[in-house]
Design a binder for this molecule. Structure first.
Ligand SMILES: Cc1ncc(COP(=O)(O)O)c(C=O)c1O
Length: 301
């Protein structure tokens, strides 16, 4: 980014360069920060956010799951996002909302104060293309997904991403783009920051909730597929199911559908017909061409 956008922090708008936390803040030194990421798209007269309300509700749910309290109600964070997006003239890009204990916590592990809130707008760029994904290579990671009895995996907590980091690094070290983690039960869970879908005999399958993040893109894809007459199953997937899959793709907010061209040593058609169809449906939604889903957008400015 050449000129860095402004940042909203605790009801103030400040330059990006001034958005700091102390090294010994609880959020950094204990890894307790939480966050949300969602996308914004240029609509015919300005900019709208994709499923912002769902994302901000998930932020509130993350705080609840971890016994934390945000300094601002969700409605205020939504209004602040709109204000910041307008000031930054943000257009197509990402919004990242961070909530964290910015105060130093040298001794105390459990704090009672409310979480600071910071909002960033990050414009789409070459690095952050947000276009439907190029075909990728994927492998199983040697690392398992965090067990839900150790931390709430449905919480979008920064600390959970150390697991995601290890999964991705392991895959990258082996020459693959992404890694998939099995749960400690041996069933397939998800990627570092991605949900997983496979297609077998025309049926779209994805692991059930409980051991994975409640992804909003996953939910959107299941809606689009069902409304298009594609059969969808939320089922536990075994390792073998991936070897036997006709198509595999991953999804997350930034890139909604990334078709898998290579899974371990198996080569797949990417995108296969169902993945291509879903990608096409999603493109229509994101270009505001599908009236059925216009209420998935919230107008920012
Ligand atoms: C572990 C994990 N799974 C899935 C996803 C996809 O979630 P969403 O579609 O809400 O971006 C993410 C996104 O960051 C993630 O971190």
């Amino acid at each position: 980014m050449e000129t860095k956008p402004n940042v909203w922090i605790n009801n103030k708008i400040i330059p990006w360069e001034d958005a700091h936390v102390p090294i010994l803040s609880h959020g950094l030194s204990r890894g307790s920060a939480i966050f949300e990421v969602f996308c914004t798209y240029e609509d015919p007269i300005g900019t709208s956010a994709f499923r912002m309300n769902r994302h901000l509700n998930r932020l509130a749910q993350t705080a609840r799951l971890l016994g934390m309290e945000l300094k601002f109600p969700i409605q205020k964070i939504a209004e602040a996002t709109a204000e910041l997006a307008s000031i930054n003239n943000s257009g197509k890009g990402l919004v990242k909302v961070m909530a964290y204990w910015g105060e130093e916590a040298i001794i105390n592990l459990v704090l009672n104060s409310k979480l600071d809130v910071a909002i960033f707008t990050i414009p789409a760029s070459e690095e952050l293309s947000m276009e439907q994904g190029d075909p990728i290579s994927v492998c199983f990671s040697k690392w398992r997904k965090l067990h839900p009895e150790t931390v709430p995996v449905q919480a979008k907590a920064c600390a959970n991403y150390l697991n995601g980091y290890l999964v991705r690094k392991d895959a990258n070290d082996r020459g693959f783009d992404l890694g998939l983690a099995l749960g400690t039960d041996g069933f397939v869970a998800e990627g570092s920051i991605e949900s997983l879908f496979i297609v077998k005999d025309g049926i779209l399958k994805t692991p059930p909730l409980g051991r994975i993040l409640e992804s909003i893109t996953r939910d959107s894809i299941m809606h689009l597929a069902k409304d298009d007459g594609i059969e969808v199953e939320e089922v536990t997937l075994k390792k073998e199911d991936l070897y036997a899959a006709d198509e595999i793709f991953t999804s997350h907010s930034g890139i909604k559908v990334s078709p898998v061209k290579q899974f371990e040593d198996k080569v797949l058609i990417a995108p296969g017909p169902v993945s291509a169809r879903i990608s096409h449906l999603m493109d229509n939604v994101l270009a505001f061409r599908d009236e059925r889903y216009l209420d998935w957008f919230q107008k920012l400015y």
